[in-house]
Design a protein around this ligand. Structure first.
Ligand code: SAM
Ligand code: SF4
Length: 372
C-alpha cells in the first residue's frame, strides 16, 4: 500500500520475502542478519530545503510534511537518547532537507550536547544560512560540519541548485572554518556536461583552504526519477578528471567503515606526468554506485517524521515516532528499532541499476526526504 502524505511513503509491503524474525538473545545493539552493527546515526531534522538541486529535488511540486508530522526537539532528544544509551550509537550526523532552515536547530544541538557530552555530532548542510549561524552552532556543541558545494561559478551553481546563492555558501564555509567547526568537509556531486570539468578546480580550491573535498557519485535518489547510469560520473571517471592536474595515491589508513575512499593528492608535472612536490592534502571519493561498500555499512537512518530506514534505498520503513507518540515505553522503541535494522538488506543493488536486471528498484523518496 502506498500512502500519499506530502511525500510518498512506501510501507513495508510484500514486495519481497520478509526476513526471518529477529532471534532472541542478541546483544542490545543495532545488528542485522549479515553481522553488521550500525553505530552511525543519520537523523533528518526537516524535509524542507531552500535549494532545489537537480539531482535531489524537482524544480517545484514537492510538498513539505505538515509541521505536526515532523519530530519535535523533545522527540529528537528521546530518540537519540535511546540510540546512544541503549543501542550502541557512537556518532550522530544531523541532516535534512536543509537542517539550517529549522528554527530551533541551535536548541536541538545544545540539548543533545547537554545529555551526551562526548558524542561526536556533525551536520551536513548546503551552507546557505551558515555564515550567520556557524558560531552559534559551535557554541551549542556541534563538533564539525560538511558543506555541499558543486561549483565555484555563479551560473553553474545556479543551474545546479536552481537558486543564486553561491556567495552565501562560500561565506558559510569561511565562517565554519573560523568558528572551529573543522575538519570542514565539502561534498560535491558531478553532473555530466554541467560541472564535471570543474573537478580539478574544485580540488585546487579545497586544498588551498585546507578543507577535505569528497566527490559523491550521483545516486538514483532524485525526486523526478531522471537518473541514468550512463549519465552518472563514476569514481573511475572522477579520478581521470582529476589526473589532468593531480596525482592521487590511495591513502593506506584503515577505511574503518567510512563511505569515502581517500587519496593523497600531489601536483602533476605537466611534462613528465609524474607527481611533484609534497602531499597537498587528501580527496575522498564516495563510489556508492560503482564500488559499493554495503558490506561494511554502519549507518541507521531516522527520517524527519521519525521513520527508521536501515539503508538509503530501503523500501521498508519502521515508524518509530508513531510508536513513541502512542505512549510506548523505551523498551518497545528499542525493539522496533532493532527489528528495522534486522531487516536491513545485504546490499542496495544499485550497481545493477540501469542494466536491465531486477536487482534494484529506486525508492519513492528523494534524497531530501530521507536525509543524506
Ligand atoms: N541539504 C543538505 C546538503 O545539501 O548538504 C543536507 C541534505 S543533502 C540530501 C545531503 C547530501 O546528499 C548532499 O551532500 C547532497 O549533495 C547529497 N545528495 C543529494 N542527492 C544526491 C544524489 N542523488 N546522489 C548523490 N548525492 C546526493
Ligand atoms: Fe536541498 Fe541538500 Fe537536496 Fe540540495 S541536496 S536540494 S540542498 S536537500
Amino acid at each position: 500500500m502506498t500512502v500519499q502524505l506530502g511525500i510518498p511513503i512506501l510501507r513495508a509491503t510484500g514486495n519481497k520475502q520478509a526476513p526471518a524474525p529477529r532471534p532472541s538473545g542478541l546483544p542490545q545493539a543495532l545488528v542485522d542478519r549479515f553481522g553488521r552493527q550500525a553505530t552511525d546515526m543519520r537523523l533528518s531534522v526537516t524535509d524542507k530545503c531552500n535549494l532545489r538541486c537537480t539531482y535531489c529535488m524537482p524544480a517545484d511540486g514537492l510538498q513539505w510534511l505538515p509541521k505536526q508530522a515532523v519530530m519535535t526537539a523533545g522527540e529528537i532528544q528521546r530518540i537519540v537518547g535511546i540510540g546512544v544509551e541503549r543501542l550502541g550509537v557512537r556518532e550522530l550526523r544531523l541532516t535534512g532537507g536543509e537542517p539550517l532552515v529549522r528554527p530551533d536547530l541551535v536548541e536541538i544541538i545544545a540539548g543533545l550536547r547537554k545529555h551526551h557530552p562526548r558524542l561526536p555530532i556533525s551536520m551536513t548542510t548546503n551552507g546557505v544560512g551558515l555564515a550567520q549561524q556557524a558560531q552559534a552552532l559551535k557554541d551549542a556543541g556541534l563538533t564539525r560540519i560538511n558543506v555541499s558545494l558543486d561549483s565555484l561559478h555563479d551560473e553553474t551553481f545556479t543551474q545546479l541548485t536552481r537558486r543564486p546563492f553561491l556567495t552565501k555558501v562560500l561565506a558559510g564555509v569561511e565562517e565554519a572554518r573560523a568558528a572551529g567547526l573543522g575538519p570542514v568537509k565539502i561534498n560535491a556531486v558531478l553532473m555530466r556536461g554541467i560541472n564535471d570539468q570543474e573537478a580539478p578546480a574544485l580540488l585546487a580550491w579545497a586544498l588551498d583552504r585546507n578543507v577535505e573535498l569528497r566527490f559523491i557519485e550521483q545516486m538514483p535518489l532524485d525526486a523526478q526519477h531522471g537518473w541514468t547510469k550512463r549519465e552518472m560520473i563514476s569514481a573511475l571517471e572522477i579520478r581521470t578528471l582529476l589526473s589532468t592536474d593531480f596525482v592521487l595515491e590511495r591513502d593506506r589508513q584503515l577505511r574503518d567503515g567510512a563511505p569515502a575512499e581517500r587519496f593523497e593528492v600531489r601536483r602533476r608535472n605537466a611534462s613528465t606526468a609524474e607527481a611533484t612536490g609534497a602531499v597537498l592534502g587528501t580527496v575522498g571519493i564516495i563510489a556508492s554506485v560503482t564500488e559499493p561498500f554495503c558490506g561494511d555499512c554502519r549507518r541507521t537512518r531516522v527520517t524527519a517524521e521519525g521513520k527508521i530506514m536501515s539503508c538509503l534505498f530501503s523500501r521498508e520503513e519502521f515508524d518509530l515516532l508513531g510508536l513513541l507518540r502512542s505512549g510506548a515505553h523505551d523498551d518497545e522503541l528499542v525493539d522496533r528499532w532493532q527489528d528495522a535494522m534486522w531487516a536491513k538488506p545485504k546490499a542496495h543493488g544499485m550497481d545493477h541499476a540501469g542494466l536491465g536486471t531486477a536487482g534494484f528498484v529506486q525508492p519513492e523518496r528523494s534524497m531530501s526526504a530521507i536525509g543524506g
